[in-house]
Design a protein around this ligand. Structure first.
Ligand code: HEM
Length: 214
């Protein structure tokens, strides 16, 4: 980015743009997936049966290659459920192009609206009376049609939704499968979340016992 110029105009990226790109790499590309993994590992460490289920799934698909990872649907359902309850990016802004009325509120052209995915993803009218419970079954193929897609937006929506979605989900699935293959997790205190840029657990410790050393 610093050394390459536009082949047509010869112009270099302004330093402010390079700075913004670096921030995007760090926050959008790294911080979000790290937050998702931290929260997911917490749920897994508290649930040995769920760990075993995900291990069994990974073993069924044999290995950690690309094709095996995309078939790890149960692991993906666990990640989706964590994204529903604790979306690392709790919402996103949209700007009204024209005057609008939204849920009875007048939104003048040019005004920003923050779409709080965190609230929509826990709305009991959509997700049922157990909306606050951690239940990865919701995302099993047979049940995922029970809720309308527009109430699940951890990656935003529309043409400016997250460009890294597929990468992030693949990376997170692969990492979880590898961690569970190598370790048995446990020993966590109750989950406590905070938001500072992303929504993530307060620093916590867990125990990781190697599964392959005697
Ligand atoms: C669990 C991981 C991630 C979550 C929860 C997440 C979430 C989001 C959300 C909510 C948005 C705003 C979308 C909107 O306004 O509709 C966004 C945008 C974006 N994300 Fe992610 N993201 C994740 C991972 C990544 C990764 C790994 C990358 C890069 C490799 C990335 C790059 C971006 C970029 C560049 C944008 C701006 C897209 C645009 O403005 O057109 N994200 N992300």
């Amino acid at each position: 980015m610093l050394a390459t110029s536009d082949p047509e105009t010869g112009a270099f990226l302004p330093e402010s743009n390079v700075r913004d790109q670096v921030l995007t790499f760090l926050i959008a590309g790294h911080e979000t997936t790290a937050a998702l993994l931290e929260t997911t590992l917490h749920y897994l460490a508290a649930d040995p049966d769920l760990q075993n289920e995900l291990r069994a799934e990974a073993e069924t698909h044999g290995g950690f290659g690309y094709d095996a990872v995309i078939r790890m649907r149960r692991t993906r359902a666990v990640l989706n459920e964590v994204l529903r309850l604790w979306p690392p990016v709790s919402g996103f802004f949209r700007v009204a192009r024209d005057d609008q009325v939204l849920g009875g509120y007048k939104i003048p052209a040019g005004r920003s609206v923050f779409v709080l995915a965190l609230a929509a993803q826990r709305d009991p009218e959509v997700w049922g009376s157990q909306a606050q419970d951690f239940d990865p079954e919701r995302f099993e193929a047979t049940r995922s049609r029970e809720f309308p897609d527009r109430f699940f937006h951890p990656f935003g929506t529309g043409p400016r939704s997250c460009i890294g979605r597929a990468f992030a989900l693949h990376e997170a699935t692969l990492l979880l499968a590898r961690i569970l293959d190598a370790y048995t997790l446990g020993g966590v205190a109750p989950l406590r979340m905070y938001e500072r840029g992303t929504l993530r657990p307060e620093p916590y410790t867990l125990t990781a016992r190697s599964r392959h050393q005697s």
